[in-house]
Ligand binder design. Structure first.
Ligand code: GEK
Length: 245
């Protein structure tokens, strides 16, 4: 049985200084609670990633989960896969995440092998891929590097393979942006976060998580060469796209 994740209280008390958010041991301890209470539709997206992967995976190919954290998307794919000869490669540059994921995987005995890698996405080779997942990871990559990473993923995908890209969104219309942010905060409040927690977390993420608009994502994916780009999920300012090579 997986250890029940602890409740996220990281920003519950007033902090004298808000430093940039990092994925350290403290975050790892509360991560499942944090992401479920912070990202509208997270569990739906995770489940559908399994279904999308099952549909798009081809025999004897790799499936990549880039910025895997505790491997929720990797495990969803692993539990849905029916094709032979597939292997999942789960990558994160936070050692604390990978160490915990290794423990989680020891307790999961599904047949598809999972290889974990503590590395920066920019240094990882993508080869013979039928599915690549970036579930809320590209948003943490510096803006100037996003295009190159997508190009590398495109090159490593086999024809017909897919990229599943989930992101927090910004909106070009300032009023719409405000409304969507307010709805997201209402979602967090309804999940028990206080105004202080919401405000302090927002400050900690300000320089670290840079959202872009849906139009920017779609255009860049098309420019990268993906022949079909479809937003398949949206709840408030959180969205997921599937892009087919
Ligand atoms: C999930 N996908 O549960 N290279 C590798 N990993 C990175 C990099 C990088 N350059 N930058 C950030 N990360 C997961 C959730 S969380 C999203 C993804 C969130 C990693 C970082 O260490 C963290 O584990 C993850 O990307 C982002 O489906 O917390 O909002």
């Amino acid at each position: 049985m997986n250890k029940k994740s602890s409740q996220d209280n990281i920003f519950a008390s007033p902090l004298s200084e808000i430093v940039d958010f990092v994925f350290d041991e403290k975050v790892v301890d509360v991560f499942p609670d944090m992401i479920n209470r912070s990202v509208p539709g997270y569990s739906t997206i995770i489940n559908q990633i399994g279904i999308l992967a099952q549909h798009h995976a081809k025999e004897n190919t790799y499936l990549y989960d880039l910025g895997c954290s505790l491997g929720a998307a990797s495990l969803s794919m692993r539990h849905h896969l029916t094709k032979d000869g597939c292997e999942i490669i789960s990558v994160d540059n936070a050692q604390a995440m990978i160490d915990r994921l290794d423990k989680i995987l020891q307790r999961d005995n599904s047949k598809t092998p999972v290889q974990t890698l503590c590395a920066d996405i920019q240094d990882v080779e993508i080869n013979n891929a039928s599915v690549v997942v970036m579930n809320f990871t590209l948003q943490f990559i510096p803006l100037a590097e996003r295009k190159n990473i997508l190009a590398k993923i495109f090159t490593g995908l086999n024809k017909g393979g897919c990229l599943i890209l989930s992101e927090k969104l910004a909106f070009s219309d300032a009023d719409e942006n405000e409304v969507q942010i307010e709805l997201h905060h209402a979602f967090k409040r309804s999940n028990g976060y206080s105004e202080l927690e919401i405000a302090q977390k927002r400050s900690a993420l300000e320089n670290v998580l840079i959202p872009e608009t849906k139009e920017t994502h779609v255009q860049r994916l098309k420019e990268t060469g993906f022949s079909q780009v479809s937003p398949w999920f949206q709840c408030f300012n959180f969205s997921s796209f599937i892009a087919i090579k």
